[in-house]
Every structure is written in structure tokens, then in C-alpha cells.
Ligand binder design. Structure first.
Ligand SMILES: Cc1cc2nc3c(=O)[nH]c(=O)nc-3n(C[C@H](O)[C@H](O)[C@H](O)COP(=O)(O)OP(=O)(O)OC[C@H]3O[C@@H](n4cnc5c(N)ncnc54)[C@H](O)[C@@H]3O)c2cc1C
Length: 570
């Protein structure tokens, strides 16, 4: 009998375990298998194969049973996920429905999730900007959270490394606030966007309108062909899955790359319950997994563990990993686990119209738009709130055809639509200040369908966020007025945190084990063979879209982990 157990244990033993197969887990899988480690990737959701499992990727608008709109029953059953702009008939299959994984909103919070192989990398909006030292030095300069244990120079080569493989389009703008990367050619501007860029450059020395940097292959390189990916076709229905692999997702890129090494075992339908800590060995030895189909629990073992379940679920897994040594969650000597959870503030927006350029229009679609990097409080504190915001910007022209026409007239009208005026719009992407009072914790009685405690979420915006919304509205109004835009309307959606879908914090990095969970290599200070490299590691939030930073941190940590393993350090 004991022989059988030892055998079973050997069968379930790997060099590395990766929890989650989304953006960060995909990178962990690619890097660890690429360095020769037999790696088990545990994914709670179903398998989603590149191309074959994108059921609506080629569905035409008229082929959708409900014109690509959500049915009323779906909306009523899913008040949370229905708020997400990317959730519609063609993408329903990729989002977690409200009842599937319940959580407790101590404060209103919209938790938007994708549980499947590829995680949210299938549906993301692909905006990918680097951080600069203005971001990494933020907490130390402005006196909040704790100092990051790394600076831009530590991560810069890893940004380059992941950018080359993923394929990031952009322009080298030479801005200190937003370092340039290894860019494929940028997307094109339309004339009104160019007009706005010129007007802003003319009035402000420190404000720039640049083309967004996005994970789209605008000009494939050999490394993209090697992944089986081709040039982006500008279909702009990315969140349904792209058969060309024109944008970066784990499904089209890192996961199949890892599979090709022959070193990866991918186990979908595997809900990680907790990480096993061996008190005698003083290290993590594996994980407990509930099979989502059979509800049976199995243990898997490995030398190192990468936790990449997306920020809030990584918090959950660590909080649920209790032992005599760590009664309050794995590695939680400091008591900060679950605290300083933070999101971005995407509440504000502005729109207007433009009377000029009426002899021009846009040409085709574009899966990207211009971007205004942060300009507030960069070199010095200049407002009554801390930090700042970046902003998206775009211009378009409305067009309409005569829907009452029939036959040849209808065809003519569709081919030669009447053009309306230009409309312009922007949305705010605000940095928030991580606070101890913004936390997640386990509920003591309520369980999810797998018997795992439910997550309580208590995250709220504050006065700093409100002041930032007001400033964005004022500053963008001034910039829009300068550009001659008319009928300017500002808005504050008053949305709850969560809808920006940028989960961060709770397992923050820091130099001091007394005030942080992870060291500069994303290693738990107290359990060196556990690495956490998704958004939960973020000490502060900056204004940039975060996923490129998770990719770079993951590749960097994997490189360190394998070297440390070889030296017997983990
Ligand atoms: C509509 C939309 C637009 C977005 N736009 C952008 C953007 O423009 N730029 C940007 O940077 N980011 C954007 N994001 C956010 C981006 O998708 C996330 O930051 C990114 O996917 C996070 O990567 P991750 O690996 O941490 O998590 P995910 O990609 O969510 O992957 C986590 C994986 O872990 C699995 N998992 C969770 N719990 C467990 C468990 N207990 N056991 C096993 N597996 C588990 C999940 O099923 C999932 O597959 C967007 C997201 C959405 C939905």
C-alpha cells in the first residue's frame, strides 16, 4: 500500500507548478518549460484551444441569434458581469457568470473574471505601456504604501524581452514618463486626432498625445511566425478570439509555445484550493486541487510554485493556505496579506464634437487609439491630490444609410453612407493610492461551490480619487476647448471599483518582510520557493495598463527561480 502511495506521489510530482494560465501564468509556463522544467499548469476553467475554441470568431452580425446583444434573462441573472463593455452575445462564453463563483461585496465591487485556459488574455483590450521611474519611485516620493524594491532599470530588459515575443506596436516617442519599447510599427492616426495632437503640443510643453501602444502584430517578425501568428487584420472583434493570432493572448502565444517544449502538463478544470506548506522542510511542497468536474481533491507536488491566479484569486489561495506556521495565510508574517488591494479609477470621461475636417473621414477600423500619458504631479506636486491620470483619446465620424430603402437603392445607400460630423472622446485612467483599509479577506462561513471560503471584498474610492476626476474633467475640457471642439460634455460614471478590470495588490512587493509579502524577485519573503507574479504583487498602481508589467515581472522571476533552483537556493 505504501509502495502504491509513493508511486502516486511520484506521478503527481513536477519541477514546477503554475497556478493559472492567463497572461502571467502563460508567461510562467513558457519560461519555466523553456528552461527545461517539467511544469504542471493548473487552470480552474475549461480548456480553450487557439482557433478551434473561438466559436464566434467568424460570426457575422446578422448570424447572431440576438443581433450580438445580451438576452434579457442573461442580463437579469448577471447584473455584475453585464456591466462590462466587452460582455455581449459573441463573448458570453469567456466571462464568469455572477453565480458561478460568488463573493461578498463588503463595499460595492464589480469583479470581472475569465476562468478558462488563457484567462482574461482572450478578452483584454491589449493596451501595453511600460512603467518608468516616475511610477516605481511614486510611493517613496509621495509617502504612501511602501517603497518598491525594484526600479525601472531592473525590469527594462524584461520589458524588451516580453515585448519582442508578444508583439507590441507603438511609436518611439522619447518620453521620460513612458519609456519606449521594442515596437512594431504604430497604428495610424486620423486627421482629427492629428489636429488634437498638434493643438495640445502647441499649448503645453508637458502634455503629449501619442499613438497607443498595443499588443497587436502590425508587422510580423520571425518570432511571431514561429508561434503560428500572423498580421493583425483590424477586424476589431478581438475579444471573441483571433484566428490570426493578431493580438497577444496566452492561447495563441505562450501556452502553445510551452506545449511545444514537451515539458508542460496542462490540467484544466483544476481549482487550486491551497498551497501545501511542510513545517519540517520549511517550504511549500505542492498544492491541493479540487477537480471542478468530480469535486475530488488531489495533491500535486513541485520544487517551485508560481501563483498566477489573477490578483484577487491569488490573495484567496494564499489566505486559504493555512498551517501551524502560517495560521493567517501562507507567508503572512507581516499581516499585510489581502491589504492594500487597489484598482484603477476609470470613472471619468469627456466627449465633444468637431466642426472642422468635414472633407475627410476615417478609413477602415483600428484596434487601438491615441493615448495621453500622465502629465499631473510628475516633476512636482501641483494639485490638491496625489499622483495623476493617463487618458485615452479618439475621434471618429458618424455615418448612416437609408434603412428604408429597398433593393438597389438600399445597396447604394449602404455603399455610400451619409456622413455625420466628427465626434471626439476620452476616458480617464487614474492612479489610486493603495490603503490598508482597502482589503480582501476570507469569509468565515460562506463557501463557494468547491467548498472554498468566499472572498470578502472591501475596496472603495476616496477623496483623492474624487479630486482627480474633477481635475481630469477640467484639464481635458481646457484641452478640448483649445482644439476647438464644441458641445463638450464631461461625465463621472460613479462606477464601483472593479470595472477597470485591473486587479492589483494584497501580496505586495517590498524590501522589508515586516511590511510586505514579496521580495524583489517576487518570492514570498517567508517561503522562498513560492513566487507570485500577477497583479497581486503590485506595490502601487501607476496609471499604465498593468499587464505588460506582469509579463515582464513573471519572465524576470522565472529566470531568477531557475537559477536559484540550480544553486539549491529554493
Ligand atoms: C475587457 C478587458 C479589457 C482589458 N484591457 C486591458 C488592457 O488594455 N491592458 C491591460 O494591461 N490589461 C487589460 N485587462 C486586464 C488584463 O486582462 C489582466 O490584467 C490580465 O489578464 C491579468 O493576468 P493574470 O495572469 O493575472 O490573470 P488572468 O489573465 O485573469 O488569468 C488568471 C487565470 O487563473 C485562473 N485561476 C483563478 N483562480 C484559480 C485557482 N484557484 N486555481 C486554478 N486556476 C485559477 C483563472 O481561471 C484564469 O485563467 C483587461 C481585461 C478585460 C477583461
Amino acid at each position: 500500500m505504501s509502495y502504491f502511495n509513493i508511486d502516486a506521489q511520484a506521478l503527481n510530482t513536477y519541477d514546477a507548478i503554475v497556478i493559472g494560465s492567463g497572461i502571467s501564468g502563460g508567461w510562467a509556463a513558457k519560461e519555466l518549460t523553456g528552461k527545461g522544467l517539467r511544469t504542471l499548469v493548473l487552470e480552474r476553467g475549461r480548456d480553450v484551444r487557439h482557433i478551434t475554441d473561438y466559436p464566434t470568431t467568424n460570426t457575422q452580425p446578422w448570424e447572431f441569434e440576438h443581433r450580438n446583444q445580451l438576452r434579457r434573462e442573461v442580463k437579469e441573472a448577471n447584473p455584475i458581469i453585464s456591466k462590462c463593455y466587452a460582455f455581449y452575445e459573441g463573448t458570453e462564453q469567456f466571462f464568469v457568470k455572477d453565480a458561478e463563483h460568488p463573493y461578498i461585496q463588503e463595499k460595492p465591487f464589480d469583479w470581472i473574471r475569465g476562468y478558462q485556459v488563457g484567462g482574461k488574455s482572450l478578452m483584454w483590450a491589449r493596451q501595453t505601456q511600460r512603467w518608468s521611474d516616475f511610477d516605481f519611485e511614486g510611493p517613496a516620493r509621495d509617502g504612501f504604501a511602501v517603497d518598491w524594491p525594484i526600479r525601472y532599470a531592473d525590469i527594462a530588459p524584461w520589458y524588451s524581452y516580453v515585448e519582442r515575443f508578444a508583439g507590441i506596436s507603438g511609436n518611439k516617442d522619447g518620453l521620460a514618463t513612458l519609456p519606449d519599447g521594442e515596437f512594431l510599427p504604430p497604428h495610424e492616426w486620423n486627421c482629427v486626432e492629428k489636429h488634437f495632437q498638434k493643438k495640445v503640443a502647441g499649448k503645453y510643453k508637458d502634455r503629449h498625445v501619442i499613438m497607443g501602444r498595443a499588443a497587436h502584430i502590425t508587422k510580423p517578425q520571425q518570432v511571431h511566425y514561429d508561434q503560428g501568428r500572423a498580421q493583425c487584420q483590424h477586424r476589431t472583434i478581438c475579444e471573441r478570439g483571433c484566428p490570426f493570432g493578431g493580438y497577444f493572448s496566452s492561447n495563441s502565444s505562450t501556452i502553445p509555445w510551452a506545449a511545444k517544449t514537451g515539458k508542460m502538463t496542462l490540467r484544466p478544470n483544476s481549482v487550486v484550493h491551497s498551497i501545501i506548506y511542510d513545517e519540517k522542510k520549511g517550504r511549500a511542497t505542492g498544492v491541493r486541487v479540487v477537480d471542478s468536474q468530480t469535486k475530488k481533491m488531489t495533491e500535486y507536488y513541485a520544487r517551485i510554485i508560481f501563483l498566477n491566479a489573477a490578483a484577487l484569486n491569488s490573495n484567496l489561495v494564499l489566505l486559504n493556505s493555512t498551517s501551524t506556521r502560517f495560521p493567517n495565510g501562507l507567508g503572512n508574517d507581516s499581516g499585510v496579506l489581502g491589504k492594500y488591494a487597489a484598482f484603477h479609477n476609470y470613472r471619468a470621461g469627456i466627449s465633444a464634437e468637431y466642426d472642422g475636417e468635414l472633407d475627410s473621414t476615417t478609413d477602415g477600423r483600428r484596434p487601438n487609439s491615441p493615448y495621453i500619458p500622465r502629465f499631473r504631479n510628475v516633476l512636482k506636486q501641483e494639485t490638491n491630490f496625489l499622483r495623476g491620470y493617463a487618458a485615452g483619446f479618439s475621434a471618429g465620424r458618424s455615418s448612416y444609410s437609408d434603412q428604408n430603402a429597398v433593393g438597389a437603392d438600399l445597396k447604394q445607400s449602404l455603399l455610400n453612407p451619409k456622413l455625420g460630423g466628427w465626434y471626439v472622446g476620452s476616458h480617464m485612467m487614474g492612479e489610486t493610492i493603495p490603503k490598508e483599509s482597502n482589503y480582501v479577506a476570507l469569509d468565515s462561513s460562506l463557501k463557494d461551490p468547491f467548498g472554498i471560503p468566499q472572498l470578502k471584498i472591501a475596496i472603495a474610492y476616496d477623496d483623492n480619487d474624487d479630486k482627480m476626476v474633477k481635475d481630469y474633467q477640467e484639464q481635458l475640457t481646457e484641452m478640448f476647448t483649445e482644439a476647438g471642439f464644441k458641445n463638450i460634455r464631461v461625465r463621472d460614471s460613479h462606477a464601483s471599483p472593479g470595472l477597470d478590470i485591473h486587479e492589483m495588490g494584497g501580496v505586495r512587493m517590498g524590501k522589508d518582510p515586516k511590511t510586505s509579502m514579496l521580495n524583489k524577485w517576487n518570492q514570498l519573503h517567508a517561503v522562498k520557493n513560492v513566487f507570485v507574479t500577477d497583479g497581486s504583487c503590485m506595490t502601487s498602481t501607476s496609471t499604465q495598463n498593468p499587464s505588460l508589467t506582469y509579463m515582464a515581472l513573471t519572465a524576470r522571476a522565472a529566470d531568477y527561480a531557475v537559477k536559484a533552483m540550480k544553486k539549491g537556493l529554493v
